[in-house]
Design a protein around this ligand. Structure first.
Ligand SMILES: [Zn+2]
Length: 242
C-alpha cells in the first residue's frame, strides 16, 4: 500500500487491518472485493496511475466503510454464544477460552472452544468440526434405522457441507446428506431422509417415485412446501464454508 493511499484510508477512520492491497498484472481496472475471511481487498492494475487510484478510492470511501461494518458484524457471528439444533431438539451454549491450541471441551449441553486472538477463525474451525461430527453421529444412524424399517439397502452415507442441496442419492446407491439438516425441524429432516431412501427404489422423480414416497409419508406435499420455504438465512454464518 502506498503511503498516500494508507493516509487516505486512515484519515477516513478505516481499519487498515481489514484492508489489503494487491497489485495485479492481470486486472484491467481497479477492483474492490469483500469477504468474511479476507476482509476488503483492493486490487490495483500494475500500470495504474496512482493519482487516479487515490481519486477512485476517495469516492469509494462510503462503500469501504460500509463493507467494513458488515465484515465486523459477520465475523462477530462466527463466535455464537448459543446454538440451536432444531433437528435434534438440542440447545447448546458456547463459551470461549483464550489460548490457542486448546481442545474443544464438551460438558452436558455446553461447549468450550479455544479462542486465538491472533486468528479469529480458530474457534469457528473447531466449531465446524464439532458440528460435522454431530451431523455424522446423528444423521447416519437416523437414516440407517429408517432404511432398515423400509428394508432398503444403501451403499454409503456421506455428510456434506452444501449450500443449496439437502440431500442426493447416486446410481451407486450412495446417499449424500447436508449437515445443515440439523438446523431444520425433525419432520423436515425425515422428509429428506425418506426422499433419498425412495430414490433407492426409483432413481428419478417419476410418478412411481411420488407414489412410493406418498405411501411412506402421506403428508409429503405439505412437508415439501414447508422445506421449500426454509430460508437460507436460517443457516447460521458460522456453519457456512468460510
Ligand atoms: Zn429427489
Amino acid at each position: 500500500m502506498t503511503p498516500k493511499l494508507e493516509n487516505l484510508l486512515a484519515e477516513n477512520k478505516l481499519d487498515l487491518n481489514l484492508i489489503t492491497v494487491r497489485i495485479s498484472s492481470r486486472a484491467k481496472r481497479l477492483i474492490y472485493k469483500t469477504s468474511v475471511r479476507k476482509g476488503i481487498e483492493i486490487v490495483i492494475p500494475k500500470n495504474a496511475n496512482s493519482e487516479r487510484v487515490l481519486e477512485i478510492t476517495q469516492n469509494k470511501i462510503p462503500w469501504i466503510s460500509n463493507a467494513q461494518k458488515q465484515i465486523n458484524d459477520q465475523r462477530h457471528q462466527l463466535t455464537p454464544k448459543h446454538i440451536e439444533l432444531k433437528g435434534l431438539g438440542e440447545k447448546w451454549s458456547v463459551n470461549y477460552s483464550i489460548g490457542a491450541k486448546r481442545r474443544i471441551v464438551i460438558d452436558g449441553n455446553s461447549l468450550t472452544l479455544g479462542f486465538d486472538q491472533e486468528d479469529i477463525f480458530y474457534s469457528v474451525i473447531q466449531l465446524q468440526n464439532w458440528f460435522n461430527d454431530k451431523a455424522k453421529e446423528s444423521l447416519i444412524p437416523w437414516i440407517t434405522s429408517l432404511a432398515e424399517k423400509r428394508k432398503l439397502k444403501f451403499n454409503k452415507v456421506f455428510i456434506k457441507n452444501q449450500v443449496s442441496l439437502w440431500g442426493s442419492c447416486s446410481e451407486k446407491r450412495n446417499i449424500n446428506l447436508n449437515r445443515n439438516l440439523l438446523f431444520i425441524s425433525p419432520d423436515l429432516v425425515e422428509y429428506v431422509l425418506h426422499h433419498e431412501l425412495t430414490h433407492l427404489e426409483h432413481m428419478n422423480h417419476s410418478k412411481q417415485f411420488w407414489t412410493a414416497f406418498s405411501n411412506v409419508l402421506p403428508e409429503y406435499q405439505e412437508l415439501r412446501s414447508k422445506i421449500r420455504s426454509v430460508d437460507t438465512e436460517e443457516i447460521p454464518l458460522w456453519a457456512e464454508r468460510i
